[in-house]
Design a protein around this ligand. Structure first.
Ligand SMILES: [Zn+2]
Length: 429
């Protein structure tokens, strides 16, 4: 049966439409938008009055299972945080069971804050993908690659081999897009990056990696290879392959020009960069130079949440302050970073925008709350005043995953109990 979703505002094909109906067929695809519905037979109308419908957010950089390390270690620089706390905890606790439970928890948090898809980098990727499928969520799930051994694999060749098995396992999934995730220039050698490029090109998948996150990384790579990471990546062809680069915080003028000219996809994670004191990424310059800017939360251990609303708000504000120009990154352009730009960066067809033929991936924001009244411009509210409590309903592929703040496919009490169960274990180490 066709469904017609009425809302006071619908953000359709990149502009606000007033008092219309969004039509969705029973396959979960958008049929179009109508002014008034003399409704044809077989159409069910759902009213979202005093509300706005927006395309769901696509979080382009995260490590979903790290949600179980939220608040484990704070107020530390990146390398101390990683080496003294996160890597030891991961070494001790990661397993298929941990990763599956944590991913369900992460999905619940994302649904409740308007996200419909995440670009994830981690290990135990089959368990992540199973959790995504079991919750009817969508994700680009990438297998992490490192030079050194972990519980998951002993060297880069074995990580890449596991990626091959993973690709085959989820080849026909409606919920999962696969990717390869060499971690960062300081944990993966140029030779192994080249192997990743070859593997990704052979299998027509996206690469997802960290780049130029901290000053420490720039100095480390310079001392190891005699050149900064951006130059290293340029020489091995990383900017000529389909890839998403998280952070890009420390760049020279020439590097900004290069990344712009090559139209690279960047995942901007401002809150993680601020919390780990990594610095402010030059996103407005990268945007002007021609790079495709998208937004990610990073893992919930360094943010400390998976809330894209606050990430969008932070993005819109910090670059105004940094450039001392209030016109930089207006509300609509920031919304587009988290939707259309993100879908383009991940080659996600039929996503990132509400338009005919696309997947019905959207959320409903209340315009009847104290912090969303009065209403002059709902896009302004979305970026500058909304919080997750204002997101009332969410749909993926036309399926309702949240109804009046209640999750429809996830048992919230069960995931809270699981979180306490793992918290007790992790706390002991
Ligand atoms: Zn990251």
């Amino acid at each position: 049966m066709t469904k017609a979703y009425y809302a006071d505002y619908i953000y359709y094909e990149g502009k606000l439409e007033k008092e219309k109906y969004l039509l969705v067929n029973h396959f979960g695809n958008i049929l179009g938008i109508e002014n008034n519905i003399d409704l044809k037979e077989n159409t069910e109308i759902v009213y979202f009055e005093k509300s706005a419908i927006f395309p769901g957010f696509i979080n382009t950089h995260t490590h979903l299972p790290m949600v179980y390390f939220r608040g484990l270690a704070d107020d530390l620089p990146l390398m101390d945080w990683l080496q003294k706390y996160i890597w030891p905890a991961e070494g001790k606790w990661l397993s298929d069971e941990f990763v599956y439970d944590a991913t369900i928890h992460a999905v619940a948090e994302m649904i409740k804050s308007g996200t419909v898809c995440a670009n994830d980098m981690y290990f135990y990727s089959s368990s992540i993908a199973k959790a995504i499928e079991d919750t009817n969520f969508k994700a680009v799930v990438g297998i992490g690659v490192l030079d050194f051994p972990t519980k998951f694999a002993k060297n880069a060749d074995e990580y890449i081999k596991k990626a091959g098995d993973f690709l085959a396992e989820f080849e026909n999934s409606r919920f999962i897009t696969t990717a390869l995730c060499p971690h960062a220039p300081y944990t993966v050698s140029p030779e192994n990056y080249k192997k990743c490029i070859d593997f990704a090109e052979q299998n027509d998948i996206t690469i997802h990696t960290h780049l130029a996150e901290t000053e420490w990384e720039i100095e480390e790579i310079k001392s190891k290879y005699g050149k900064p990471p951006v130059q290293l990546f340029d020489e091995i062809g990383m900017f000529d392959t389909n890839a998403v680069f998280a952070h890009c915080t420390h760049l020279t003028e020439e590097e900004i020009e290069l990344l712009g000219r090559k139209k690279v996809n960047i995942s901007h994670c401002p809150e993680s960069n601020m919390k780990l004191a990594s610095g402010f990424a030059p996103m407005s310059q990268l945007c002007d130079a021609g790079a495709n800017i998208t937004i990610g939360t990073d893992g919930a251990a360094s943010n400390n949440d998976l809330d894209m609303l606050s990430e969008l708000s932070t993005t819109a504000k910090i670059h105004k302050a940094l450039s001392r120009d209030a016109t930089v990154f207006d509300a609509e352009s920031v919304l587009n970073m988290a939707t259309g730009n993100a879908a383009k960066s991940l080659k996600l067809e039929n996503m990132g925008e509400l338009k005919e033929g696309n997947c019905a991936d959207f959320f409903v924001m209340s315009l009847d709350d104290i912090n969303t009244l009065p209403v002059y411009n709902p896009v302004s509210h979305l970026i500058y005043s909304a919080n997750p409590e204002n997101i009332t309903n969410l749909f993926i592929n036309g399926r309702q995953l949240m109804e009046n703040r209640k999750l429809t496919f996830i048992d919230e009490q069960a995931i809270k109990d699981k979180a306490r169960y793992w918290q007790k274990k992790v706390n002991k180490c």
